[in-house]
Each structure stands twice: as structure tokens, then as C-alpha cells.
Ligand binder design. Structure first.
Ligand SMILES: Nc1nc2c(c(=O)[nH]1)N[C@H]1C(S)=C(S)[C@@H](COP(=O)(O)O)O[C@H]1N2
Ligand SMILES: [Mo]
Length: 339
């Protein structure tokens, strides 16, 4: 994804182009608003051409309209089109924030914060932030000997050479992956958890009671490309029913915040938007378990939002009344990211 801050008009010609595109965009929003009101075929009209998909962030008015429209559409739960499996193709690998090191699969947990009666749940943990995700040591380091594969000769060498503690410090950082948190491009999330936050630590087995859902939908990146993909997993809506949020002032919290285990990628959503029937917590793509670069073991798919809201390798789901921070919003992109 390119940085749209660079899209600010610099001369009169640019400004004219921008003004024209702004008008086009407004018109397309009016058309889609009418379609939403009519409900029938609304998505088809929303499915605009590539120029309109790539709106620069300077179109603030349009984005506000987009946000309002996006909220309306989600309340109406307009469905995205689905396709036959035969049209699905392998998704390219795009964003890698929060995924740069392979996670040790057994060390994955889903931290869940803000759930109703969490303390009485068997998976309750008084401090979910204390959970230590582990990462695969790169093969180059494996030769240096650690944990399971200790070469006795190297072991002696380590004891006799204190300066090899430099390697040890490096290994500790790889081991937890939590020091330092959120150091990637957009910086640390303002919504990241404070130490000692209680919640649940779930495994994939804890999603087993939920009905399996398959979906073949179009995946759209704001960079202008799209692909049809075959997904499988569980509906976020079903997850929310099994692990419901604790009411705040007698009402459901308004937002949901998600984050990778290392906090380097993070996203925020309206709780209602996640109740869309096609919003999935994905465990499989194209008939096979998710691979690490595609977000194993759990990623989000929302066919009615751009790719940057579809977080890969979810480590945290938090229910909250504070509008959550969001990686690409921090870099100037629209928070709603509705198509
Ligand atoms: N953890 C994480 N999730 C992410 C990203 C990322 O950089 N890190 N990039 C987003 C963007 S912009 C896109 S287009 C999709 C790409 O998903 P893919 O690599 O499976 O194609 O992931 C989204 N989710
Ligand atoms: Mo993207």
C-alpha cells in the first residue's frame, strides 16, 4: 500500500484533477446511497471501477459520506456477491506487518478481553498480556544451539565465553516477540493492552463448537487489485454469541479492537459491522489450513471492507467503548474502509 499523504495536490493542474475526481466520487456515492435505500442490487453498484477504489485520502468529505454510508449498509447487512469455488484463486501475499517471524503454532493463543463473566470461564487468565508467544528462531541461529538441540561442545563453549550472552539477549527478544511492541512503520497502537489486563486465552479448540462456514468472495486491496478467494472458518457473529461482550452502562460496547501477537498490526471495528453474516474468522483458505504469511492460525475476512481491515494472525480481540486505533488509519486511511 502506498502512503497517501504523498497524494496532496501540489499545483493547479493537480487540484483540478482532484476536484473532478471529487465530483465523480460524490456522484457515485449518491448512486450507491440510492441503491442502499432500494436494497436490491446495492452491492453491485458499490462495486465500482478501480479509479474510484483508489481514492486518495485528501477526499475527506467523500470519506465522511463513505463512513456514513458504510454504517447504513452494515445495519442493513447488504451481502457481498459470492462466486463458484471454480473461480477462486490463490491469494497473493501482501502485508507482512506483525508476521515477519514465523510463530510457533502451539504458542498461539487468542487473547479475548471485555467478555461477559470472563472470570468464571475455564480459560480465564488474570493477565492475558503475560502470555508469551514464541517465534521460530531463524535457521542461522539454530546452529548456535538452543533449547532442544544443544550440542555439548557448543554448550561448553558458551559457559567459557560470556560474550556469547549477546546472542542470548537476541534470542530472548525472538522468544517473546513482545519487546519492543508495535515498532513497525505506523508505530505503537494507542489501544494496546495495559499489563495485568484480565481476559481469556483461547485455542483453536475453543472455536470448535461454532458452525463451520465456507465463503467464496472477492478480496479487494485499496492498491487497486482484487482476487476471488475460497475461505473457511467461523462467523464472527457466532463467535460474538459464544463469547459475548460485557455490557457497558447496560449496552453492548460499540467497538472491537484486534491486534497481532507482537502488536505491530492492529485494527478497529464497529461491533455491529462484525455482526455482518459474511464477516469470518478464517482458519482455511483455498481448501487448506492458513499459511503463516496469510495469517495462520486465524485471520479476519470481511468482503464488504478493504483488505487492510482484514487482519492476519489475530492475537487479541478486545471489546471496548473507546474507538480503537487502527494501523492504516494512523497513516491517513479511512477508519471504516467500506467498499
Ligand atoms: N497482520 C497483518 N494483517 C494484514 C496486513 C499486514 O500487513 N499485517 N495487511 C493487510 C492488507 S493491506 C492486505 S491487502 C491483506 C493482504 O492479505 P494477503 O497477504 O493474505 O493477501 O492483509 C491485510 N492484513
Ligand atoms: Mo491492502
Amino acid at each position: 500500500m502506498s502512503n497517501s499523504a504523498a497524494n496532496k495536490p501540489t499545483n493547479d493542474a493537480d487540484r483540478e484533477v482532484l476536484a473532478a475526481s471529487r465530483q465523480r466520487t460524490r456522484r457515485s456515492f449518491l448512486v450507491t446511497a440510492a441503491a442502499a435505500a432500494a436494497a436490491y442490487g446495492a452491492y453491485h453498484l458499490l462495486d465500482t471501477g478501480p479509479e474510484e477504489e483508489m481514492q486518495p485520502v485528501v477526499l475527506e468529505d467523500a470519506y465522511q459520506t463513505n463512513a456514513a454510508l458504510s454504517r447504513t449498509l452494515f445495519q442493513n447487512h447488504v451481502l457481498a456477491p459470492t462466486y463458484p469455488v471454480s473461480r477462486a484463486e490463490t491469494l497473493r501475499i501482501n502485508g507482512i506487518y506483525g508476521l515477519k517471524k514465523d510463530l510457533v503454532p502451539e504458542s498461539w493463543r487468542l487473547q479475548l478481553v471485555g467478555m461477559r463473566n470472563a472470570a468464571s470461564h475455564p480459560r480465564f487468565a488474570p493477565d492475558v498480556t503475560a502470555w508469551e508467544y514464541r517465534y521460530q528462531t531463524p535457521p542461522a541461529n539454530e546452529d548456535k544451539g538452543h533449547d532442544t538441540k544443544v550440542d555439548p561442545k557448543n554448550d561448553t563453549a558458551t559457559k567459557m565465553a560470556p560474550e556469547s550472552n549477546v546472542g542470548k539477549a537476541q534470542q530472548d527478544e525472538n522468544h517473546t516477540g513482545r519487546k519492543p511492541r508495535g515498532t513497525e512503520e505506523a508505530g505503537q497502537s494507542d489501544s494496546t493492552l495495559a499489563p495485568k489486563t484480565p481476559g481469556l486465552l483461547l485455542t483453536l479448540n475453543d472455536l470448535k463448537p461454532l458452525p463451520r462456514q465456507e465463503l467464496v468472495t472477492q478480496f479487494k486491496c485499496i492498491e487497486g487489485w482484487s482476487q476471488i478467494v475460497h475461505w473457511a472458518g467461523v462467523r464472527v457473529r457466532d463467535f460474538l454469541d459464544l463469547y459475548p461482550p460485557e455490557p457497558i452502562d447496560g449496552k453492548d460496547p460499540r467497538f472491537v479492537y484486534m491486534e497481532t501477537p507482537d502488536g505491530d498490526y492492529y485494527t478497529g471495528y464497529d461491533l455491529n459491522a462484525l455482526r455482518h453474516p459474511q464477516a469470518l474468522l478464517v482458519t482455511e483458505m483455498m481448501g487448506a489450513p492458513l499459511t503463516q504469511p496469510h495469517g495462520a492460525p486465524l485471520r479476519l475476512h470481511m468482503p464488504t471492507k478493504y483488505g487492510y481491515k482484514q487482519i492476519k494472525r489475530i492475537g487479541l480481540i478486545a471489546y471496548t467503548n473507546d474507538k480503537p486505533d487502527d494501523y492504516w488509519t494512523k497513516l491517513g486511511y479511512d477508519w471504516y474502509a467500506g467498499l
